[in-house]
Design a protein around this ligand. Structure first.
Ligand SMILES: N[C@@H](CCC(=O)N[C@@H](CS)C(=O)NCC(=O)O)C(=O)O
Length: 258
């Protein structure tokens, strides 16, 4: 019998962030894994790996998350999931299906960058408070144009499969479905008003979200202490003034003042 591998996930201990896409896949599959930075002395281990990459690694990661699987060390969320997908039964077995799932993951990664930039449109290294007017404008455009475009795209992808398809690719749940769930969770946390206003247009995306949330291992994970609550250090942050209709009101007031 093949030995069951214990994966090591390296990611910041205090936030869901991009590490959460990997956590969800590992949790859904019931894989053995260690969330390294959340263990005693784990942050030191993470920083050391960032510096030296580990004995057998040809390079060092640019940023967490990265996964260590035996002698392999893989950075970049989508690359990690592309590796894990077939091993955790969260990707189709054929190549076309695997690349379709990867493509969706990368599109979600684009959306994640834009979600982050709503509260940090000018610079990641600056305080939110020093880029608030820009953040308001960016959030309004994000909610009015970008979220409908991205989520409308995913709605159409699910619809393409016809009435019997309930997942993004084929007939079973993939890591991209888990990631779409997570993106929706994050957007609803950050923009409760804005997302409520869009809900009617996204019946398939919302139904997929609910189906993922009901998967037994995911439901157990979400109610466990392993699930870090959303907070204002992560990618999805709730600042009421950025949510519609607050953002709209602020942008209108700014226009009047000019
Ligand atoms: N494209 C990378 C982005 C990784 C990334 O931006 N990680 C963040 C945390 S979510 C980080 O620590 N960034 C440090 C930096 O950009 O300086 C991925 O998808 O994994």
């Amino acid at each position: 019998m093949a030995r069951r591998i214990t994966y090591e996930l390296y990611y910041w201990a205090e936030i869901q962030g991009r590490g959460e896409f990997v956590r969800l896949a590992l949790e859904d599959a019931g894989a053995d894994y260690v969330d390294v930075a959340r263990e005693p002395g784990g942050m030191k281990k993470l920083m050391k790996r960032m510096r030296d990459g580990g004995a057998s690694s040809p390079g060092t990661p640019f940023a967490p998350p990265f996964l260590v699987a035996g002698k392999l060390s893989i950075a970049q969320t989508a690359a990690i999931l592309h590796y894990l997908g077939p091993r955790l039964n969260l990707a189709p077995s054929n190549e076309a299906g695997q690349y379709a799932v990867l493509q969706h993951q990368l599109t979600l990664a684009d959306l994640v960058v834009e979600a982050h930039d709503t509260h940090h449109p000018i610079g990641s290294g600056m305080y939110y408070e020093d880029q608030k007017p820009e953040a308001k404008r960016r959030s309004q455009l994000f909610l009015e144009e970008r979220v409908p475009k991205f989520l409308g795209y995913f709605e159409a992808q699910i619809a393409r499969g016809g009435p019997r398809q309930s997942w993004l690719v084929g007939r079973s749940c993939s890591y991209a479905d888990l990631s779409l769930f997570q993106v929706l969770e994050g957007l609803r946390y950050a923009f409760p008003h804005g997302m409520a206003a869009l809900a009617r247009k996204l019946p398939r995306v919302n139904a997929l979200h609910d189906r993922v949330g009901e998967r037994p291992n995911i439901a157990a994970y979400l109610s466990s202490p392993r699930r870090i609550p959303f907070n204002e250090q992560g990618i999805f942050r709730h600042y009421p003034e950025l949510d519609a209709p607050e953002a709209k009101r602020a942008a209108r007031a700014q226009k009047k003042r000019r």
